[in-house]
Design a protein around this ligand. Structure first.
Ligand code: SF4
Ligand code: F3S
Ligand code: FES
Length: 253
């Protein structure tokens, strides 16, 4: 079944822009990215959108649909009301380059600030041994496709440009947590205390565990429960951080 749907798509660049109305055909089984492509093919050939896999795996097509952070290629039109205009806007937390494309370099800067895994000095590759439980724990975080929807959603930086220098965001705090719980990481032997750097360099204390990051993650990673709260628990004396206590209570529910 096909129908004509109304869309409002944000068009503009770093100097400003506006929502432009379009009417586009929608066919059964289509996702929002199909509509954007049809729009490019028929009415707006210069509409900028970033995408690559169309399979929810490259993390490129992040934007906001009706104000909700989503992957355009994984948002089925059938999940949106057919009788109301669908609004497509770029991610709000990052500077717009053009139309639906944002400059996500903030995330690459933050990624570079997390020191990588330090191999154990007394073992050679091939000699590493880990409990399956430890492997499974990090495996969840490794599903991240770096779509940055969690970074876009977190209220600490959404509309708070001033917090960006001090806060790495959920994706990269999760990376710190993953390395901190890695039984073979030898960073501490070189003097790097990942728990302390989570607090002092990556802004772990600014996260007040609202879980919005977890809600938007297309890979369903339990960012808050499995990475951020455990990291907080390890990093801070419970006595001094009421949010750690609150987090444990919420997690037990
Ligand atoms: Fe995207 Fe989830 Fe990775 Fe965040 S943790 S960047 S939401 S896949
Ligand atoms: Fe932000 Fe997620 Fe913490 S949304 S406040 S990083 S729980
Ligand atoms: Fe790759 Fe959407 S195009 S995740």
């Amino acid at each position: 079944m096909s129908y004509q749907a109304n869309f409002r798509v944000w068009r503009g660049d770093s100097s400003g822009g506006s929502l432009e109305p379009y009417q586009v055909e929608v066919n059964e089984g289509e996702v929002v990215l199909d509509i954007v492509h049809r729009l490019q093919a028929t009415q707006a050939p210069d509409l900028a959108v970033r995408w690559n896999c169309k399979a929810g795996k490259c993390g490129s097509c992040s934007a906001e649909v009706n104000g909700r952070p989503r992957l355009l290629c994984m948002t089925r039109m059938s999940t949106l009301p057919a009788d109301e205009p669908v609004t497509i806007t770029p991610m709000r937390t990052f500077p717009v380059l053009r139309d639906l494309v944002t400059d996500v370099s903030f995330n690459y800067t933050k990624a570079r600030e997390v020191p990588s895994f330090v191999p154990p000095p007394d073992l050679k590759p091939g000699q590493y041994r880990m409990q399956q439980e430890d492997v499974n724990r990090s495996q969840e975080f490794r599903k991240c496709i770096e779509c940055f929807l969690c970074q876009n959603t977190c209220h600490v930086v959404r509309d708070h440009e001033e917090n960006k220098p001090a806060f790495s965001g959920p994706r990269f705090l999760m990376r710190v947590a993953e390395l901190d719980m890695h039984p073979l990481d030898a960073a501490a032997e070189g003097g790097l205390d990942r728990k302390r750097s989570a607090q002092e360099e990556h802004g772990l204390g600014m996260c007040n565990i609202t879980k919005c990051c977890t809600e938007v993650c297309p890979e369903h990673i339990k960012i808050t429960d499995n990475a951020l709260i455990p990291l907080k628990e390890r990093a801070v004396d419970r006595k001094y951080d009421p949010l750690v206590w609150l987090g444990s209570v919420i997690r037990r529910r």
